[in-house]
Write a protein that binds this ligand. Structure first.
Ligand code: PMP
Length: 381
């Protein structure tokens, strides 16, 4: 059976050129970058080159990058690090109700530790209100953490506007750009953010690799202690093959961003026009045109998420609920829950299709037809 992968927002296949770079490092240049000998020096040179390349790609200075084990660690380091580093100035954090669990659960942990957290609402497009943000800021606010692109419905927050509001406020501004980086060219100076999280496996890079951009001068307490790697902010031997893979993945993402966005928007329109032709009941969650191009979240009335995903999988189509689910269980969407409330049927009957490298229009048509067939079967008894 032909298998169609439409879950790129969960993770994406490693690009062959990324795999090539990583394999070459692992077989030829495996030294520890902290060692003095030629093996170590060679690894150090590759690591420094990757750091310089990645920094340039996002408009940062090389010493402003802290390599991490992915988006989750970058978010944890940003939030816990900034809060612990600035707790003498206040005890208030502002975030949104639709953050990834890597942010939400970290904020909940800090609540247990005595910090006060405000969770901003979002509207039906999945966007926060700048007025609410301004109203919630106090002289106790030490951190504002608002994601750039949402992983479930793809809404893109007005990061530049948020940064303008925060320009006159001492709070540290963090954004989780894990989903956005494939779709939006990041320039941390132009965006005026203090901290930015990124993960390589969403852009055809390796799993378990990411970074936190931390603007020079931002007080950040470390989360791990040990050797003095990573500018004394993160201990342990660096994941050099991962970082080299991430460098290549970013290089490839930087090359084709706009073209890919157009292709993915076209995929969305194709799917919806097939749903229309087949006459099934559906509604798009959030905004289609202004959202992340690779994310399409759809509510199929009268169905439920488990039936949909299991039946799609049996037909060879891999989609997702979009929520950060644990293996083996399908959680209803927490973003839709935050947007539409506990009673809403949408939460339990919406799924996410997410596009990426290797998808073809033929696959998209086939997946849309399969979806329509399954929805019809589930809704007509
Ligand atoms: N933030 C967002 C918005 C994400 O989509 C993800 C991945 N689902 C993460 C953080 C966590 O990244 P990682 O899987 O690299 O830990």
């Amino acid at each position: 059976m032909e298998r169609i992968y439409l879950d790129h927002a969960a993770t994406s296949p490693v690009h062959p050129k990324v795999a090539e770079e990583m394999s070459s490092f692992m077989t030829n240049t495996y030294g520890n970058p902290s060692s003095i000998h030629s093996f170590g020096r060679e690894s150090r040179r590759l690591l420094d080159d990757a750091r310089a390349f990645i920094a340039k790609s996002i408009g940062a200075k090389p010493n402003e990058l802290i390599f991490t084990s992915g988006g989750t660690e970058a978010d944890n380091l940003a939030i816990i690090g900034a809060v612990m580093g600035n707790k003498h100035k206040g005890n208030h954090i502002i975030t949104t109700k639709i953050e990834h669990h890597a942010v939400l659960h970290t904020c909940q942990y800090l609540e247990q530790e005595g910090f006060h957290v405000t969770y901003l609402d979002v509207n039906e497009k999945g966007l926060i209100s700048l007025e609410q943000l301004s109203a919630e800021l106090t002289d106790q606010t030490i951190l504002v953490t608002i994601m750039y692109g949402n992983n479930e419905i793809g809404s893109i927050q007005p990061i530049h506007e948020i940064a303008k509001i925060l320009a006159d406020h001492p709070a540290v501004f963090h954004t989780d750009a894990v989903q956005a980086i494939g779709a939006v060219q990041i320039d941390v100076q132009e965006m005026n953010v203090d901290l930015l999280s990124m993960s390589a496996h969403k852009i055809n890079g390796p799993k378990g690799t990411g970074f936190l951009y931390a603007k020079q001068g931002i007080r950040l307490s470390p989360l791990s202690f040990g050797g003095e790697q990573e500018l004394k902010r993160r201990a342990g031997t660096e994941n050099v093959p991962g970082i080299i893979g991430m460098q290549k993945a970013l290089e490839l993402a930087d090359l084709g961003r706009e073209e890919k966005a157009e292709v993915y928007q076209d995929y969305k329109r194709t799917m919806l026009s097939i749903f229309n032709e087949e006459g099934i009941g559906y509604e798009v969650n959030g905004e289609m045109e202004s959202a992340l191009p690779h994310v399409l979240n759809v509510y199929f009335k009268g169905t439920n998420v488990e039936q949909l995903l299991v039946n799609l999988d049996l037909s060879g189509v891999a989609a997702s609920s979009g929520s950060a689910c644990t293996a083996g269980s399908i959680d209803p969407s927490h973003v839709l829950l935050a947007m539409f409330g506990k009673e809403s049927e949408r939460t339990k009957a919406s799924i996410r299709f997410s596009f990426g490298l290797g998808n073809t229009i033929e696959e998209i048509e086939k997946a849309a037809n399969e979806t329509a067939r399954i929805v019809k079967r589930l809704t007509t008894r």
